[in-house]
Design a binder for this molecule. Structure first.
Ligand code: URA
Ligand code: CA
Length: 433
């Protein structure tokens, strides 16, 4: 087989065979196929697209390019949740303990990553003593015992995707639905998921800004999952304003604890119940979605979800007493209020810009080596549709810097107040199975 022939075949809009896709992925991973040929091929895919079968074959070829996590010693259906990313998305911290408390095994491999805040691991490390450096056997034992554990990323998962994503980034080929969908799905499958619930975000703070694009990506991923034998479904949810109130690491841990107590923000709670119901259902722990939701609501009401959070933190060295006393989490030195400069209604809160404001405070990493300040961030006191009076606080800023003028400017620029009441944002647009 010659790469040049496969580039030509895709350029002309023909469908590649399984062996041909495997040849490309293996050859590129090993370094036999050079970047310039791979670039030409990804550009051909960008314009010509890929059939359903090609997408499934590309996904599995990337899965097989590296290590795969074996979760077979964990009892039950391992359901993973994946979010396409947003601002102040506290769902993972809530969903883990929540679905674990009704018997769904949560075996989470997680990273740190770049972004407005840290990743799930950074957030959890704001609990004194908590660590994710556990070995594989301990990880599996913990999931069997407590139904939940988190381990740091290890092993060489989907090296083909790593190399390909970096290439796409500099060749204007990131934005291709078949390539994005197979990239995301390959990572979930290599991490050992039997079933996958996808939270595809839409809006200004999302990777996909429009509903049409989000729908297309969601459908593509659901098809891939189901075609390769992993039950997969997707929820399309709003990310035109940040989710919940808190954006920051320790602040989001507190928000997650509040939500597990039944005292969390309405949107975060609703999204967690929706995604969680699908996870419980796919794990065969309920006969219907309605029953699944009832189990989750009960676990919040009777305290089991919160107890699971405590056990989870304690089992990985964390201080479980933060659950009853969140003031033990890292605290910022200063707080400031962003006061409304006029009366009216909040009509817009541009999610990604508000995320950037949190990052300016030090809540996230700008580069791989930057240090995160776990204590800092933002708490929204208002959301779209809410009424405000002049002088009332829209956002509380938690900072370790004395000067926050730049942050305030950014927030004022990206939070709009209008005289008429704006429509409250819809939270969940569609569910795709
Ligand atoms: N996120 C991924 O993991 N892969 C893509 O291709 C795009 C976004
Ligand atoms: Ca939040």
């Amino acid at each position: 087989m010659r790469m040049v022939d496969l580039i030509e075949k895709k350029r002309d809009g023909k469908e590649l065979l399984k062996e041909e896709i495997e040849f490309i992925v293996q050859g590129y991973t090993k370094g036999d196929i050079p970047d310039y040929q791979m670039s030409a091929w990804t550009m051909a895919v960008f314009f010509q697209g890929m059939s359903e079968e090609e997408r499934a074959n590309l996904t599995m070829a990337m899965v097989e390019s590296g290590d795969q996590i074996d979760l077979s010693k964990i009892e039950g259906v391992k359901v993973d949740k994946h979010s396409t990313g947003g601002v102040g998305d506290t769902t993972t911290l809530v969903l883990g303990p929540l679905v674990a408390s009704v018997g769904v095994p949560v075996a989470k491999m997680s990273g740190r990553g770049l972004g407005h805040t840290g990743g799930t691991i950074d957030k959890l490390e704001s609990v004194e003593g908590f660590h994710v450096e556990i070995d594989n056997n301990e990880f599996i034992d913990l999931v069997n015992k407590n139904k939940i554990a988190v381990i740091g990323q290890s092993g060489n998962l989907t090296p083909a995707d790593k190399k390909l994503y970096a290439l796409r980034d500099v060749t204007a080929t990131v934005n291709s639905i078949p390539l994005i969908a197979s990239s995301i799905m390959s990572k979930k499958i290599a991490a050992g998921a039997d079933a996958i619930v996808l939270d595809v975000k839409t809006g200004s703070g999302a990777f996909m800004k429009t509903l049409e694009d989000s729908r297309e990506l969601a459908k593509a991923m659901v098809r891939i999952g189901n075609n390769v034998g992993r039950k997969t479904m997707a929820v399309i949810s709003d990310m035109s304003q940040p989710l919940g109130f808190a954006i920051g690491n320790a602040l989001e841990v507190k928000e997650a604890i509040d939500t597990l107590k039944g005292e969390g923000p309405e949107d975060l709670t609703e999204l967690c119940l929706t995604l969680g119901s699908h996870m419980v259902y796919l794990a065969n722990k309920a006969n219907t979605l309605e029953e699944a939701r009832k189990f989750l609501e009960e676990a919040i009401e009777n305290g089991r979800a919160l107890d699971t959070m405590k056990t989870f933190l304690e089992s990985q060295g964390g201080d479980p007493s933060v659950v009853d006393d969140p003031s033990k989490l890292p605290q910022a030195k200063y707080t400031y209020e962003l006061e409304a400069r006029e009366d009216g209604f909040i009509s817009d809160m541009v999610a990604d810009e508000i995320g950037t404001a949190a990052m300016l405070l030090g809540a996230g990493r700008a580069t791989k080596d930057s240090q995160i300040d776990l204590a800092v961030g933002l708490v929204l006191n208002k959301k779209i549709g809410d009424e405000v009076k002049r002088g009332e606080s829209i956002v509380t800023i938690y900072s370790n810097f004395e000067q926050v003028e730049e942050v305030k400017d950014k927030l004022y620029k990206n939070i709009k107040i209008t005289p008429e009441r704006a429509e409250a944002q819809r939270l969940i647009y569609e569910e795709i199975t």
